[in-house]
Design a protein around this ligand. Structure first.
Ligand SMILES: Cc1cc2nc3c(=O)[nH]c(=O)nc-3n(C[C@H](O)[C@H](O)[C@H](O)COP(=O)(O)OP(=O)(O)OC[C@H]3O[C@@H](n4cnc5c(N)ncnc54)[C@H](O)[C@@H]3O)c2cc1C
Length: 510
């Protein structure tokens, strides 16, 4: 541990398993000794989630004096309560689904399938611990980053306080992320509920679970717990899940959840919760009809709110509001020219990749007179249900709003050789181009591996590669990614004008 000038910080979290103990040593070491602060830092970073880590590491690698402040655990939501734990459990859920489908592949399914929830959770903790090594407190210190554990709050335009320790900066980055939005349902708080901060600490598989909210988090976890064997219900206010996504994509997710046995309540609102006989009774209202359901646990996944509370942003002259978070311009500058923001605390797209990319923009703009714009980024994302739903660029609706004429090329996965061979035929690849050109405007992929597949479209968009050129790229055969190539071929066929066909035929008849 680094040289100490301040008292050791007591840690608050008790490990759940030996692997969890390793994770805590990496992300929140109980005996961490803060370094002797510099008189002023080139960059002071509030929050050590994906955004804060990306900025601190990039700036330190370029020789800047960096202070990084974390009040809880390095890695933020992504490592500790979000992406990594959820994706680890999703993998287990996928295996269980495949085992149930074993006969389809010629394997004899076990007479009785035994699922060990504890073992699945231990695996998840082992994975989280392993990934936590990369961004461990010790590694950050070795990279020259001054790491302070504590809660940061601004005391002026160029100063913060970390639990009584004053620090000064030339530039600062607010990367304090977001927190679960809590639904305003009478009785819910008294009855108790799970969020992403507690659901991964469950020791026993819930007999029944109601998920409130059908966004990415709600859909992913509802499917996982249904596959684990919990009686799972999902209640969503709107007529379809995943409100951002195209309707056919959202419908496929709805169908997939239903196939996994999730009880689906769309256009549905939880209006009241109370306890009865040790169970939570929830009143759900759907189109004026009221019904009640009894569950052991309720998981809220209705959205995220930016973590701006307690930062004393007024003292720093940083404009913000509770819903949108810190106000930034396209260069990620706040209303205080010394202070920038990145990640969930200020962005509409709350993902790990956007958090890290926005943080790297801040390093260039804040420390090196860069003029990089957030709007120049091409942001792909994925909801890791089975099938996955991935998207990049514009939706048709957005293109229409911007009066951009669009042509769409769609390849159903049941027309893709590898998807047929894999028995993974649900879904489609849909690529939107600017009408009359091959310029890719956006794409939606629904497929078992859509998250992997979207990256090649993202690459094409960033490199300015159109569908015509994509059709010339040879791919290994057979792959599910061939669907993209098939869409490019479909585009090429539209370029075959009657005149070109006539010329070709004449040539062949010479
Ligand atoms: C269940 C779940 C699954 C997800 N899955 C995915 C996925 O598959 N892919 C994806 O791209 N994204 C996913 N996300 C979203 C992703 O986790 C976030 O977008 C990402 O973590 C945001 O990074 P961030 O650095 O902006 O904020 P955070 O990760 O929230 O980190 C902010 C950090 O700041 C610290 N902090 C806050 N206030 C202070 C303060 N005053 N002083 C000091 N420190 C402070 C916090 O303790 C925290 O460590 C998921 C989220 C959840 C909840």
């Amino acid at each position: 541990m680094t040289a100490s000038t301040f008292a050791a910080i007591p840690r608050r979290v008790r490990p759940i398993s030996p692997d969890d103990a390793e994770r805590l040593v990496n992300v929140s070491p109980a005996d961490w000794r803060s370094p002797k602060p510099r008189s002023v830092y080139h960059l002071l970073v509030l929050g050590a989630g994906p955004a804060g880590l990306a900025a601190a590491r990039a700036a330190a690698a370029l020789g800047a004096h960096v202070a990084l402040i974390e009040r809880h655990q390095i890695g933020g939501d992504c490592l500790n309560d979000g992406c990594i734990p959820s994706k680890s459990l999703i993998r287990t859920g996928r295996l269980l689904a495949d085992m149930r489908d074993a006969a389809h592949f010629g394997a004899v399914p076990p007479a009785e399938m035994v699922f060990d929830f504890r073992a699945a959770m231990l695996r998840m903790r082992r994975i989280t611990a392993r990934i936590s090594r990369t961004d461990s407190a010790m590694n950050l210190a070795r990279e020259g980053i001054h790491l302070f554990f504590g809660t940061a709050r601004f005391t002026g335009a160029d100063s913060v306080d970390v639990d009584g320790l004053p620090l000064r900066f030339k530039k600062a980055l607010i990367a304090t992320g977001s927190r679960s939005m809590l639904p305003d349902v009478p009785g819910l708080a008294e009855a108790g509920f799970l969020t992403n901060e507690t659901v991964f600490n469950l020791q026993v598989l819930p007999r029944s679970l109601l998920v409130l909210g059908g966004g990415p988090l709600g859909c992913e976890l509802a499917q996982v717990f249904a596959r684990f064997g919990s009686r799972t219900l999902i209640s969503h206010r709107e007529p379809l899940f995943l409100p951002l996504e195209e309707r056919d994509a959202a419908q496929m997710v709805s169908d997939a959840l239903a196939r996994d046995g999730v009880e689906i309540h769309l256009n549905s609102t939880a209006t009241k919760v109370w306890m009865e006989g040790g169970q939570k009774v929830v009143e759900l209202v759907n189109d004026g009809n009221t019904a009640t359901t009894r569950v052991e646990h309720i998981l809220t996944g209705i959205g995220r709110v930016p973590a701006v509370q307690g930062l004393n942003l007024e003292a720093a002259g940083v404009a913000y509001d509770a819903a949108a978070g810190v106000h930034v311009d396209d260069f990620l500058r706040t209303s205080n020219p010394r202070i920038f923001a990145a990640g969930d605390v200020c962005l509409k797209h709350q993902f790990t990749n956007t958090a890290a990319a926005s943080a790297r923009i801040v390093v260039r703009n804040a420390l090196f007179l860069g003029r990089e714009r957030m709007s120049a980024l091409n942001v792909p994302w994925c909801t890791y249900t089975d099938p996955e739903v991935a998207h990049v660029g514009l939706y048709v609706k957005q293109a229409r709003q911007q009066r951009i004429p669009v042509k769409t090329f769609t390849i159903p996965m049941h027309d893709v050789d590898r998807a047929i061979a894999d028995g993974e035929e649900d879904g489609f690849v849909k690529i939107h181009v600017r009408e009359g050109s091959d310029q890719i405007l956006g794409a939606t992929i629904v497929a078992r591996h859509a998250g992997e597949m979207i990256n090649s479209i993202s690459l094409a968009m960033v490199a300015g590669i159109g569908l015509r050129e994509l059709a010339n790229v040879m791919q290994a055969y057979p792959t599910q990614g061939a669907a993209i190539r098939q869409a490019a071929d479909a585009y090429l066929r539209t370029r075959l004008t009657p005149l070109k066909l006539k010329t070709a035929r004449r040539w062949l008849q010479r």
